[in-house]
Ligand binder design. Sequence first.
Ligand SMILES: [Ca+2]
Length: 339
Amino acid sequence: MKRMILGSRGLVAALSCMACGMAGAADFKIQSFDGTGQLTFNEISTATVYRVEWAPTPSGPWTNFTGAAGAQLDMIQATGSGIVTCSVPMCYRVVATVTNALPETFSDMVLVKGGSLTNIGNGAIMVSSFSIGKYEVTWAQWQAVRDWAATNDYDIGSVGAGSAANHPVNSVSWYECVKWCNARSQKEGLTPVYYTDAGLALVYKTINAYPFVNASATGYRLPTDAEWEFTARGGTQSQGYEYSGGNDLNVVGWYSDNSGGGDKAVGQKTANELGLYDMSGNVYEWCFDWYPGQEGSYRVGRGGTWHYDANFCRSAFRLLGNPRNRSLYIGFRLAQTLP
Ligand SMILES: [Ca+2]
């Protein structure tokens, strides 16, 4: 025979009596429950074993404290003194599992105020104001847009690779990056920048083509060579550093001497004067322009890579990039023309 009796002050814990007996609820009370988790109840003569149970509400459901964590709250032996005191759990914690992944949004665009830089290695640079990605496009961002693109007539459905969600995408050709920019624009309801016809009617979605540019569109695009270098050098906030954000590459970028042989999560080194990360190192970044003197053949890549030495990470350096090539060392960051 089993009879359940509840403590009459069971605001937090309820007591059950597993012994046979005639004691009524009025005889069985929680005497105290203090701020340190000490719970005291009176013994009743006909019970020798007690158990503390827990419930999220006064009406239940009731849970036993069994197993290693709460074994001391089960099979509580009577003391014979008339009072039993025990410690009950009253601490809670929340454990979050984080992936360190950046959100799949592009709120991380930085406004770059236009202006000019002179007395730099490549001559003068002048740009209008525009927006540019604070980080390299990540593998997670690439995949999110790529999946959308695959069901919207783009041919980049299986393109690209990444070491982890928040690492830069790699193994993407110049053409594929341009198409991805268009896909992202369309996915977000923005006017695409790149087209396959001079009339700007056919959005560039497939094959390797030399796209026509809608210069006033506010969709995503690759930065121009000038925009990239202007930004890398800190724009109007430029401090004249050799690398983007400093003269000590170990502080601002991942390259062959400090990368350990692989790309890194974006945004871990010190940002440059404009708050942008990884413009020196991690992965090269495709720019829109033809490489000077190689028009029709090669596009520009910028910023060096985790795989090569510091020389390639200088803000002045240009990579001669075959736009068809996919490489572990090249990704990109987004730019946007202002409305
Ligand atoms: Ca980079």
